[in-house]
Design a protein around this ligand. Structure first.
Ligand SMILES: Nc1ncnc2c1ncn2[C@@H]1O[C@H](COP(=O)(O)OP(=O)(O)OP(=O)(O)O)[C@@H](O)[C@H]1O
Length: 264
């Protein structure tokens, strides 16, 4: 319990520059807790329960109090991945929307290590709910609501934030579900903000032979793959694939024959 007393509470809106604001007014998370590493260990009971993992991170169950649960996303320790953590942190600090995962706090050593404390979504991600045999079949009304809520989250980052945000990795495993199966978009580690969301990345030069592209097989806009130019359209392409998954119940990329759903 001592750790909670050590937490630094501050108004993050005062520390952030160049923050996107909503066209409906200035929107930013008003208060987010900055934790020490000791706090992180205490919150997760020494990382005792892994609840998810991704390419860059591991996600652990955390407890804020005896009843309140949260999810702690610990980024893999490295200088390169620290930049992804900072990007995701900076974006989440600025976003507040019912269909976007809420940031509760974070740990940042300003060098290589970072962690995000997020609201806990007990029904896991949409991919598991659609394609795992152990899960109940998702009713049609939930599927329609999830599609509608996901596109509202996308509309918010594209049209209501200044500068605009392109998520860059819309896929069913980045859509989390709360206890009532409401959807929350997560994972802003591939996002592009403002001008950078409309330009060709520097890695894509005529002379460069190796091009680093972000994207998930089955969901990536072919135009982005051809040109490297990120745009809002790449998010809409990913959204279209998720809608196909919701309607058909098939995976974006078949584990069996590697066939892409968009080609079926
Ligand atoms: N807030 C949360 N509540 C419950 N589960 C979560 C939460 N955040 C993440 N997860 C679980 O962890 C998985 C990975 O999370 P996330 O996509 O944020 O990680 P990542 O390292 O950025 O992954 P990627 O490989 O897609 O880049 C999710 O698909 C989900 O199953």
């Amino acid at each position: 319990m001592a750790c909670f007393l050590n937490c630094v509470r501050f108004d993050v809106t005062k520390t952030i520059t160049d923050k996107p604001t909503s066209k409906e007014g200035s929107v930013a998370v008003s208060s987010v807790t900055r934790y020490s590493w000791d706090d992180v260990e205490a919150l997760t009971s020494n990382f005792s329960r892994l609840i998810g993992s991704g390419g860059y991170s591991s996600i652990y169950m955390a407890r804020l109090s005896s009843s309140a649960k949260a999810a702690l996303k610990v980024h893999v320790s490295s200088h390169r991945l620290y930049k992804i953590f900072r990007l995701e942190l900076d974006i989440l600090l600025r976003l507040q929307h019912p269909n976007i995962v809420k940031l509760l706090g974070y740990f940042d050593d300003s060098e290589e290590n970072g962690a995000l404390l997020l609201e806990y979504l007990p029904q896991g991600n949409l991919q598991e709910n659609l394609h795992s045999n152990s899960k109940q079949v998702l009713p049609w009304r939930n599927r329609v609501a999830i599609a509608f809520q996901l596109v509202q989250a996308i509309e918010h980052i594209h049209e209501k934030c200044i500068p605009q945000i392109v998520h860059g990795d819309i896929k069913s495993s980045n859509v989390l579900l709360d206890k009532n199966f409401n959807s929350k978009l997560c994972d802003f580690g591939s996002a592009k903000v403002g001008f950078s969301s409309m330009v060709q990345p520097s890695a894509i030069s005529p002379r460069s032979r190796h091009v680093t592209m972000v994207g998930s097989p089955g969901y990536t806009d072919p135009h982005y793959l051809r040109t490297g130019v990120a745009s809002k359209k790449m998010d809409m392409y990913g959204f279209g694939v998720v809608v196909l998954e919701l309607i058909s119940g098939k995976e974006a990329l078949s584990a069996g024959n590697g066939e892409m759903l968009v080609h079926v």
